[in-house]
Design a protein around this ligand. Structure first.
Ligand SMILES: Nc1ncnc2c1ncn2[C@@H]1O[C@H](COP(=O)(O)OP(=O)(O)OP(=O)(O)O)[C@@H](O)[C@H]1O
Length: 229
């Protein structure tokens, strides 16, 4: 049985002013926690957009196993502060990712899943509080719970811990790592935080202006990486 979830074949992305991805090849096994690292502007978000199907590569393909339709993807964006006045409760915010907003008309199955994911992301205590009144770490956990509610096969974190304080950053990644180990969800995390990538990932993909490196996280040489924190 093929235990890959995706494979990039000879990927190139040329924008008019700039070549960003340059013959990129890598394989991602199911259940792996992969960190994508590299300096500003090397093409990390571009690669994520290609994986999400929002952008076509200039050349090459991303192959999904068994096929693209069968791989459910959850996406956690970079921290975007939700204003103090945001009225939706944490619970209702998380449930938005069920086919549209329909609380209190969730099915029994959906209610059970909502309860489970709120527990797994430590949100149960604040589930009825307006999200606007919660801390940055809690808001980001709510985005994580929203991305996980439909039980994706692949979870993508796009600089999701940027702007959180060091403790909230570590807590969020620890939570993701626990879910990765417990449920087998494959994780791709785009980050500039090399110490945290080293602490929680299995593998790395380092994008560079003139190519890339990939391998087990212990082989990531911090001196190869010039990015900021
Ligand atoms: N649609 C586009 N058209 C033209 N250039 C683009 C487009 N999208 C991205 N770029 C350029 O491609 C380069 C790579 O962008 P990308 O956002 O993928 O980098 P990144 O590695 O995610 O950077 P950062 O760490 O700053 O988030 C940048 O120079 C960006 O300006």
């Amino acid at each position: 049985m093929n235990d890959l979830i995706l494979e990039a074949h000879d990927l190139w992305e040329d924008f008019s002013e700039k070549q960003v991805l340059n013959n990129l090849n890598f394989k991602l096994k199911r259940g792996t926690f992969l960190s994508i690292v590299g300096e500003n502007g090397v093409g990390k978000t571009t690669l994520i957009k290609i994986i999400l199907g929002q952008l076509n590569p200039t050349k090459g393909t991303i192959e999904f196993f068994p096929n693209r339709k069968a791989v459910k993807i959850g996406y956690v964006p970079q921290f975007r502060n939700i204003g103090d006045e945001y009225p939706l409760s944490a619970k209702n915010f998380v449930s938005l990712n069920f086919n549209g907003y329909k609380l209190p008309w969730l099915s029994r199955h959906e209610k059970a899943r909502l309860k489970q994911i709120l527990q797994q992301t430590n949100l149960t205590k604040i589930e009825n509080e307006p999200l606007g009144q919660t801390s940055g770490g809690e808001k980001q956990r709510a985005y994580l719970a929203q991305a996980l509610i439909n039980q994706p096969d692949l979870l993508i974190l796009d600089e999701s811990t940027a702007s959180l304080d060091p403790i909230a950053k570590e807590n969020l990644l620890e939570l993701v790592k626990n879910l990765n180990q417990k449920t087998g969800v494959t994780v791709i995390s785009v980050t500039h935080d090399i110490p945290l990538a080293k602490q929680f990932s299995d593998e790395f993909l380092l994008l560079k202006a003139d190519g890339y490196e990939t391998g087990p996280i212990n082989d990531l040489n911090i001196y190869d990486y010039q990015g900021g924190q």
